[in-house]
Design a protein around this ligand. Structure first.
Ligand code: ZN
Length: 131
């Protein structure tokens, strides 16, 4: 029987992630509907390219620090708590500010979510030990 979960601990968002730079959690966890990466950029560093996607939209979630984001002809500041959705065709780039930046990027195929999570969830009879 296929196991219904996978669990990983990638360490702290601060030191451990800084040592790795980037963790692609989707492969490690066996995700099949989206990719999730955890990323750390040293102060004022940036991936040296602008990119688009063929099929996937992305959401960038800033966990700590601050920086700048570019989509097409616009550049704007981002900081802890910022969520940025980018359509596949959006030409995007990211840069850390003086504090460095930790962010999560989730990508999934545009249009693939056909129902909201509240419509997809199904309550069942079993209980957890803390209930
Ligand atoms: Zn991307």
């Amino acid at each position: 029987m296929e196991q219904n979960y996978s669990v990983m601990n990638f360490g702290t968002f601060g030191q451990d992630l800084a040592a790795k730079g980037r963790v692609m959690a989707g492969q490690e966890l066996g995700l099949t509907g989206c990719e999730v990466s955890f990323n750390y950029l040293e102060p004022n560093k940036f991936p040296p390219f602008v990119h688009t996607h063929k099929l996937n939209e992305e959401v960038y979630i800033v966990v700590s620090g601050e920086g700048m984001f570019k989509v097409d002809d616009e550049e704007f500041p981002i900081r802890e708590g910022s969520f940025v959705r980018v359509a596949p065709a959006g030409e995007r780039a990211i840069k850390a500010g003086d504090e460095g930046m930790t962010y999560i990027c989730i990508q999934a195929q545009k249009g693939s979510l056909t129902q909201a999570t509240s419509d997809d969830g199904v309550m069942v009879e079993s209980k957890a030990s803390w209930m």
